[in-house]
Design a protein around this ligand. Structure first.
Ligand code: FAD
Ligand code: NAG
Ligand code: NAG
Ligand code: NAG
Ligand code: NAG
Ligand code: NAG
Ligand code: NAG
Ligand code: NAG
Ligand code: NAG
Ligand code: NAG
Length: 636
C-alpha cells in the first residue's frame, strides 16, 4: 500500500503554541480533579457506572449520566489526555498525529486478500476524545431513509423522527459570516439544526478558490444543489459544516465540548492511561443473564479492578468494544475456545458485520494564479502570517480550513441502465453465494433497494484545494484533489482477538473488495473525475493537468488496479456490535444492551448494523445522547 498523506500534515511551529487562545482550551477554572485521578483513586472502588473508553461517545454518555448527582461515573481511557494541543485543536493540523503512537492505536488490517495482500494502516484515536480528537471535523447527517432502514432491521425508535431530538441535542450551530456565505453559497436550515448543544458547529472560515467550482460544476452536470444536508436529503452538491468553534476556530470535540466544562463534578472521574482488559462477572448471575460486577484495567503494567453497582458501558469504538467483549468471554464460543478464552456468552455476532468507508484520490495541478492552500506547506513567511491571524480573537485565516465541497452521486451518474442492471444482477448473485447471517441477508436486500433508488448515493466526491496523495507534489505548483469515497460498501469484514492477551491488537479484516461491486463503483468514480467532473466548467477553467494517477492509467482494468493499490480507510467503521435481533446475528438490542447480560451496554458507532452515506461523527454524538437517556430511564 502506498503511503497516503491523508489530509494536511504540517510541522508545528513553536509560535503557534503561544498563540492558541487559552480561554478556549480550558474554559472552566481548571480544577484538574478528574484528570489527576490515579489508579489508586479508582482501584477497588465501586461506581454506579463504568464507561470503557473516553472517546467521542464515551465522554458524551459519561457527562450526561453524571448530570444526576446521585450517580457516580468513572471513565477509563487507554490514551493520554493531550489537552490544549495545537495538533488537535488547529483544524489545518489534521493528520499531523496520524501514525504517532502517542495519539493513534496504530491498528493495521490483516493482509487483504482482494487487494493484492495489502496491509492497511487504520488510524484511530488513542487519546482522550478518541477519534473526535483526530477526525477531519466534517459535520453532516445522512439521508432520512438510511435511518429508517436501521429501524426496519428490528430497532424501534432508531428511525429519522425518533432520532431527530438527539440529532439536535449535541449541536450549537452558528451562522457563517454573511458576505463569506454569499460568495460560497453557504446555505443552511436552522430548523433542522441544534442550537444550544455542547458541540460548536459552523462553516469553515477559509476555503481556497480552487474549491469554488463545486456547486456550479454540479449545476452544469444537472445534479441537485442541497441547501442543508442535515434536513435528510443529501444527494447532489453542498457545502459541509464542521465541528469548529466559530470564534477561536479550534476543533470542538468531546473533550472541550462535553468534558472540560463539567470536569469539576465530584461524581465524574476520568482516568487516562487505563487500558481495560475485561469485564468481571458477578457470581450471582441468573437466568436473566450475566451481571457485570466491574472491569479490570492495566496502567503502566499493573492490573487494577473497579466495580460497577449499575452498569458497564462499552464506548471503546468499533475495534475496541468487540475486543473487550471477546476478552470477557462474549463472542463466538468456538472462536474463543481456540485461543484459550472461556466462553461466558456464546454470541457469534461479536466482531462480525464490519463495514468500512474507503477512498482514493485523483489530483490535478491548477493554472498559476488559482488560489490553493499548497503555499502554506512551503512558505514560512506566509505560515507565520497565518499563525498570527489564527491566534487573534476572533481567529481568521487559512489555519481554520476544513474540506467542505461535497458532491454525492448515485449509480445513474456512473453507469447507464444497461450497465447498472448488469452490475446489480451480478451483485445479487455474488452476495447470494456468500455466507451471511440472517441479519446480513436482510440488510443487504435493503441495501440493494437503496442503491437502486433515485434518491440514494453510492459515492461521495470531496474536493480539497491542496495536494493530497501518495505522490510527491511540486512545491511551486497549486493543486486541487478529488477524494472519491465509497458510501454503500457491500463487503463485510470482521475483527477478533488473536489471543487472551488484552494488549494484542485484534485481527482486523475489513475484507475490502470481497464483493466486486465495491471495486467497480470506486474505480468508476475515479475515472468519472477524469472523464467528466474535471472536464466540466468551472473546473475545466482552473485545471492545468492531471497529476495523479496520470497517463499510465488508461483502461478500466488500470483504474481497478490503481484503486486496489491506492485506497485508504476513512475511519468510519461500523457494525461490529450490531444492533439487531439476536437470531439475526445481533450483539445488542434496541436499548443497546448486550444479549445475555443484565447490565452491559455498547454505546458507540459499532452498534450501527449498516453503513450510512456521509460522515458519522454527528451520529456518534446522537447515539451517545440517546443511549444516555435509555440508561437513565432504565435505572430510575
Ligand atoms: C482519521 C479519521 C477521520 C475522520 N473524519 C471524520 C470527519 O471528518 N467527519 C465525521 O463525521 N467523522 C469522521 N471520522 C469518524 C468519527 O470520528 C468516528 O466515527 C467517531 O469518532 C467514532 O466514535 P466512537 O465513540 O465510536 O469511537 P472513538 O471516538 O474512537 O472512541 C473510542 C475510545 O476508546 C478508547 N479505547 C479503546 N479500547 C480501549 C480499552 N481497551 N480500554 C480503554 N479505552 C479504550 C480509545 O482510545 C478511544 O478514546 C473520522 C475518523 C477517523 C479515524
Ligand atoms: C503504516 O504504519 C507503519 C508503522 O506505523 C509505517 O511504518 C508505515 O509507513 C505506514 N504505512 C503507510 C502506508 O502509511
Ligand atoms: C452557541 O453559539 C453562540 C454563538 O453563535 C454562543 O453565543 C452561545 O454561547 C453558544 N451556546 C453554547 C451552549 O455553547
Ligand atoms: C446555491 O444554493 C442553492 C440551494 O441552497 C441552490 O438552489 C443554488 O442553485 C445554488 N447556487 C449556486 C450558484 O450554486
Ligand atoms: C449481583 O451482584 C452484583 C455485584 O456483585 C450486585 O450489584 C447485584 O445487586 C447482585 N444481584 C442480585 C440479584 O443479587
Ligand atoms: C506511568 O508511567 C509513566 C512513565 O514512567 C509516568 O509518567 C506516569 O505518571 C505513570 N502513570 C501512572 C498513572 O502512574
Ligand atoms: C476456564 O475454565 C476452566 C474450567 O472452569 C478453568 O479451570 C480455567 O482456569 C479457566 N480459564 C481461564 C483462562 O479463566
Ligand atoms: C511567501 O508569502 C509571502 C507572504 O504572503 C509573500 O509575500 C511571498 O511572495 C511568498 N513567497 C513566495 C516564494 O511565494
Ligand atoms: C452503456 O455503457 C457501456 C459502457 O460504457 C457502453 O458500452 C454501452 O454502449 C452503453 N449502452 C447504452 C445503451 O448507452
Ligand atoms: C458460515 O458462517 C457461520 C457463522 O459465522 C459459520 O459457523 C460457518 O462455518 C460458515 N460456513 C461456511 C461454509 O463458511
Amino acid at each position: 500500500m502506498v503511503v497516503f498523506t491523508h489530509f494536511v500534515p504540517l510541522a508545528i511551529t513553536s509560535s503557534l503554541l503561544t498563540l492558541l487562545p487559552v480561554a478556549q482550551a480550558s474554559s472552566a477554572s481548571f480544577e484538574r480533579r478528574s484528570l489527576t485521578a490515579t489508579p489508586s483513586d479508582v482501584n477497588g472502588k465501586t461506581f454506579s457506572y463504568i464507561v470503557v473508553g473516553g472517546g467521542t461517545a464515551g465522554l458524551t454518555v459519561a457527562v450526561r449520566l453524571s448530570e444526576d448527582a446521585t450517580n457516580t461515573v468513572v471513565v477509563l481511557e487507554a490514551g493520554d489526555a493531550h489537552l490544549n494541543e495545537p495538533q488537535i485543536l488547529v483544524p489545518f493540523e489534521v493528520g499531523s498525529v496520524y501514525g504517532n503512537p502517542d495519539y493513534d492505536w496504530l491498528y493495521q488490517s490483516v493482509p487483504q486478500t482482494h487487494a493484492g495482500g495489502a496491509v492497511v494502516n487504520l488510524t484511530r484515536g488513542k487519546v482522550l476524545g478518541g477519534s473526535s480528537a483526530l477526525n477531519a471535523m466534517l459535520w453532516d447527517r445522512s439521508a432520512e431513509f438510511e435511518y429508517n432502514n436501521i429501524a426496519q432491521l428490528g430497532n424501534s425508535g432508531w428511525d429519522w423522527s425518533g432520532l431527530l431530538p438527539y440529532f439536535k441535542k449535541p449541536e450549537n450551530f452558528t451562522h457563517p459570516d454573511p458576505a463569506f456565505a454569499q460568495k460560497w453559497n453557504l446555505t443552511f436550515d436552522d430548523a433542522t439544526r441544534g442550537h444550544g448543544g455542547p458541540i460548536q458547529t459552523t462553516f469553515p472560515n477559509a476555503i481556497p478558490d480552487a474549491e469554488l467550482p463545486t456547486e456550479p460544476a454540479a449545476l452544469s452536470l444537472g445534479l441537485n444543489i442541497i441547501s442543508d444536508p442535515m434536513s435528510g436529503t443529501t444527494k447532489g452538491a453542498w457545502r459541509s459544516s464542521c465541528s469548529i468553534d466559530p470564534v477561536h476556530r479550534t476543533r470542538s470535540y468531546s473533550v472541550n465540548a462535553y468534558f472540560t466544562p463539567n470536569q469539576g463534578r465530584s461524581n465524574l472521574v476520568v482516568l487516562t492511561g487505563a487500558h481495560v482488559t475485561k469485564i468481571n462477572w458477578a457470581s450471582n448471575s441468573t437466568s436473566a443473564g450475566l451481571t457485570a460486577s466491574g472491569v479490570s484495567f492495566i496502567t503502566n503494567g499493573t492490573t487494577y479492578t473497579v466495580g460497577a453497582s449499575r452498569e458497564v458501558i462499552l464506548s471503546a469504538s468499533s475495534i475496541g468494544s468487540p475486543q473487550v467483549l471477546e476478552l470477557s468471554g462474549v463472542g463466538s464460543k468456538s472462536l474463543l475456545s481456540k485461543i484459550g478464552i472461556n466462553s461466558t456468552i456464546d454470541l457469534p455476532g461479536v466482531g462480525e458485520n464490519m463495514q468500512e468507508h474507503i477512498y482514493s484520490t485523483v489530483s490535478y495541478a491548477v493554472k498559476s494564479g488559482v488560489e490553493t492552500l499548497d503555499p502554506l506547506l512551503s512558505n514560512q513567511t506566509l505560515l507565520a502570517q497565518q499563525e498570527a491571524l489564527f491566534g487573534a480573537t476572533p481567529a481568521t485565516g487559512d489555519l481554520g480550513y476544513t474540506a467542505s465541497g461535497i458532491t454525492f452521486l448515485g449509480l445513474s451518474t456512473l453507469f447507464n441502465n444497461t450497465v447498472s442492471d448488469a452490475l446489480l444482477a451480478s451483485l445479487n448473485s455474488q452476495i447470494a453465494s456468500t455466507n451471511r447471517t440472517k441479519g446480513q441477508v436482510q440488510q443487504q436486500s435493503i441495501q440493494v433497494q437503496t442503491v437502486r433508488s433515485a434518491d440514494s448515493s453510492v459515492v461521495e466526491v470531496l474536493v480539497e484545494g491542496i495536494h493530497i496523495g501518495p505522490d510527491t507534489a511540486d512545491p511551486n505548483t497549486g493543486y486541487v484533489t478529488f477524494l472519491t469515497l465509497l458510501q454503500q460498501p457491500f463487503s463485510r469484514g470482521s475483527t477478533h482477538v488473536p489471543s487472551a492477551n488484552a494488549l494484542d491488537h485484534p485481527n482486523i479484516d475489513p475484507n475490502y473488495f470481497s464483493i466486486d461491486f465495491d471495486l467497480t463503483v470506486l474505480s468508476t468514480v475515479a475515472k468519472y473525475v477524469r472523464t467528466t467532473l474535471s472536464k466540466t466548467v468551472p473546473y475545466a477553467n482552473i485545471i492545468a493537468e492531471e497529476q495523479f494517477p496520470g497517463s499510465s492509467v488508461k483502461t478500466d482494468d488500470d483504474w481497478k488496479a490503481y484503486v486496489k493499490s491506492n485506497f485508504n480507510s476513512q475511519g468510519h467503521t461500523t457494525g461490529t456490535c450490531s444492533m439487531m435481533p439476536q437470531a439475526k446475528g445481533g450483539v445488542v438490542d434496541a436499548n443497546l444492551k448486550v444479549y445475555g447480560t443484565t447490565n452491559v451496554r455498547v454505546v458507540d458507532l459499532s452498534i450501527m448494523p449498516q453503513q450510512f452515506s456521509g460522515h458519522p461523527q454527528a451520529l456518534v454524538y446522537t447515539i451517545a445522547e440517546k443511549g444516555a437517556d435509555i440508561i437513565k430511564n432504565a435505572n430510575k
